[in-house]
Write a protein that binds this ligand. Structure first.
Ligand SMILES: *[C@@H]1O[C@H](CO)[C@@H](O)[C@H](O)[C@H]1NC(C)=O
Ligand SMILES: *[C@@H]1O[C@H](CO)[C@@H](O)[C@H](O)[C@H]1NC(C)=O
Length: 206
């Protein structure tokens, strides 16, 4: 009897502890990670950042690419993209392959990804640009991704306009910080990791 009571108490505490853990371990609305840049297939998502890198290393200059990964469950549309300094990587750069990394054409690598690549356009130049997207949600949200690749120093990137109460935004820097990937997801209300709770339950033999 005592043993069962003890076992029961342990289980209750474990569940309480794990849900606390799952709660505190749930990602903040904007999380930044750095992970290897993975190219699964020959897509614009993959080719544009690599092509931009190739151009900039050949000219000893700068490059910056942004990738928008739409997991928002709403349609995302590019409203405007502009460069104050630098130029887009276009099909003129890619030769036979014919990939265009400029905002002129719709180039969703699949239904969810948008990629834009920019490089330095003149001697001792940098890159400074922004892209505004429209999210087809109830609030008709517009948000802007901006980037800055100065002649000297690190690339910097940012995003404004996405309400973090509604969207979880994961930011990822890849390829030596020349790629900025933004993943937009709806904020999930349930963050308890039931998987690990059940595996603990089975471990202690419930
Ligand atoms: C955005 O993602 C949603 C689903 O996640 C999809 O239905 C929609 O087609 C996507 N739209 C664009 C333009 O990426
Ligand atoms: C977002 O931009 C569109 C124009 O592209 C505008 O009609 C809409 O009102 C804007 N949404 C908000 C919330 O400001």
């Amino acid at each position: 009897m005592f043993y069962r009571l003890l076992k029961f108490t342990v289980v209750i505490f474990t569940i309480a502890f794990l849900s606390e853990l799952a709660h505190t371990a749930s990602p903040p609305p904007i999380e930044a990670t750095s992970s290897p840049f993975l190219c699964q297939e020959a897509s614009a998502t993959c080719s544009c950042p690599l092509l931009a890198r190739k151009i900039s290393s050949e000219h000893n200059s700068r490059c910056a690419s942004i990738i928008l990964d739409n997991k928002s469950s709403y349609n995302v549309r590019l409203v405007v993209a502009s460069l104050e300094d630098g130029r887009w990587v276009t099909s003129d750069d890619s030769g036979d392959v014919d990939i265009d990394c400029s905002p002129r054409t719709k180039r969703f690598a699949n239904d969810e990804l948008e990629v834009l690549s920019s490089v330095t356009s003149h001697f001792l130049g940098g890159i400074r640009g922004y892209a505004t997207f429209h999210l087809d949600d109830d609030a008709s949200t517009n948000f802007t991704i901006y980037w800055d690749a100065p002649l000297l120093g690190d690339n910097s990137y940012g995003i404004t306009g996405l309400p973090t109460t509604k969207y979880q935004v994961a930011l990822q820097n890849n390829l030596d910080n020349t790629v900025f990937q933004v993943t937009v997801r709806p904020v999930s209300t349930y963050s308890t990791d039931w998987g690990s709770i059940f595996s603990v339950l089975s471990l202690i033999g419930i």
